[in-house]
Write a protein that binds this ligand. Structure first.
Ligand code: GLU
Length: 450
């Protein structure tokens, strides 16, 4: 089946999935799953709409809004909203496609979707953000609902934006319901949801480290990219577990810890405040003393020797050359907090190094960053029962889900992918096969393909 070449990111995500399925025995054993692949790779529905709003000067502003409702076999459509100038249908189709399999891996009842707008929050006032969110939701609200489609945050959409959108939905539809996740704690949100993607990523990597027999996070040097929600809580959990965090970044550049310096929780909290104010990392007060700021750069070739790399910024943020440098500098574990953080050529470098003596181990975002949407699923469960869980209960469930995803990935890699004696199983193949099987089997039961 061919896809439009005008959708490069979607094509990349599609090909990544298909390559791992083709390299396994899945299609040999089940040729009928090729039909399933053709069906699952076309969205059930795409909604596109115009968002018109007024800026602080009274000028009319227009943006493009979208919701890609990709698959609902396992539950209501579920996935974040991204507000970023690069948003287009290719980006949202790739994100929605990944979301289907990620959500399946959590074992919770959630379908896959993604949405957003080409709106740039940078340089906007708080009032402009509020007016945009309200205008966006006034258009989207007819197409979503607690049993239909439950959006959440992604890049450019955090607790503040979810609040404005929830308010707009409630007023427009005259309904207070669990239509969004990532809500405020006093009005239907779940404890640990803000922390969940970062914490979940670290829990997943803890299993990788233990399985490979390489100790724990304690004493390991960790390179992180990004400085948003995922990067912040990833860094905080790494620090809590005794690791040394040596980098963070944003779209303007990266901060690299010099000599014995390392990010502390106070540093991370300061950066969180800078980001909440939509300001660049150059505002970080330690930027010239303990930390080197490199404008326009990503951290990977500047961090030197690291044990663990956790791309947590955005898609295609690790190139082939950067992957090669990381491997040369001794990286042992690479796990994505972002969606499709590594270019395909970078994944190929890590996968080749997994098979070689180095034993580098790579985990794809749809497995390692599933903690965020997993706790969104727990938020939905709490909303349905109208009870709130304790932080301990949510964290315990999150840890269990990340462990299940890790074990499911290993089991499916061992079952369907040929490997040399003593080789670490491919987490990208295992995760893809596990997620794919769960979704297409549900679709088959429901008559979506036959
Ligand atoms: N945007 C997040 C993701 O990529 C969270 C989605 C959600 O909680 O629905 O998985």
């Amino acid at each position: 089946m061919s896809h439009l070449p005008a959708e490069p990111e979607f094509e990349q995500a599609y090909k990544e999935l298909v390559a791992t399925l083709e390299n396994s025995s899945l299609f040999e054993e089940h040729p009928e799953y090729r039909t399933a692949l053709n069906v699952v790779s076309i969205p059930e529905r795409i909604i596109q709409f115009r968002v018109v709003w007024e800026d602080d000067k009274g000028n009319l502003q227009i943006n493009r809004g979208y919701r890609v409702q990709f698959n609902s076999a396992l539950g209501p459509y579920k996935g974040g909203l991204r507000f970023h100038p690069t948003v287009n249908l290719s980006i949202l189709k790739f994100l929605g496609f990944e979301q289907i399999f990620k959500n399946a891996l959590t074992g919770l009842n959630m379908g896959g979707a993604k949405g957003g707008a080409d709106f740039d929050p940078k340089g906007k006032s708080d009032s402009e953000i509020r007016r945009f969110c309200e205008a966006f939701m006034r258009r989207l609200c007819q197409h979503i609902g607690a049993e239909t489609d439950v959006p959440a945050g992604d890049i450019g959409v955090g607790g503040r934006e979810i609040g404005y959108m929830f308010g707009a939905y409630r007023k427009e539809r005259n309904k207070w319901e669990g239509v969004l996740t990532g809500k405020g704690l006093d009005w239907g949100g779940s404890l640990i949801r803000p922390e969940a993607t970062g914490y979940g990523l670290v829990y997943y990597v803890e299993h990788m480290i233990a399985h490979a027999g390489k100790g724990s996070f304690k004493g390991k040097r960790v390179a992180i990219s990004g400085s948003g929600n995922v990067a912040q809580y990833t860094a905080l959990k790494c620090i809590e577990l005794g690791a040394t965090v040596v980098s963070l970044s944003d779209s303007t550049g990266c901060l690299i810890a010099e000599g014995d310096a390392a990010f502390t929780p106070a540093h991370v909290n300061e950066i969180a405040a800078i980001k909440l104010a939509r300001k660049p990392l150059t505002q970080f007060s330690n930027a010239t003393a303990q930390f080197k700021y490199i404008p326009g750069a990503r951290p990977w070739v500047h961090v030197g020797k690291v044990d663990i790399a956790l791309p947590s910024a955005t898609q295609n943020e690790v190139s082939k050359e950067e992957a090669e440098t990381l491997v040369k500098n001794g990286v042992q574990f690479v796990a994505e907090g972002s969606n499709m953080g590594c270019e395909q050529a970078a994944i190929d470098v890590f996968e080749a190094a997994r098979r070689g003596k180095g034993g580098v181990w790579y985990a794809p975002g749809k497995a390692s960053n599933a903690g965020g949407v997993a706790v969104s699923g727990l938020e939905m469960a709490q909303n349905s029962s109208r009870f709130n869980w304790t932080a301990e209960r949510v964290d315990e469930r999150l840890q269990q889900i990340m462990k299940n995803i890790f074990e499911l990935s290993i089991a499916n890699a061992e079952r369907y992918v040929k490997a040399e004696e003593g080789e670490l199983p491919s987490l990208v193949a295992g995760g893809n096969i596990a997620g794919f099987l769960k979704v297409v089997q549900a679709m088959h039961d429901q008559g979506d393909w036959w």
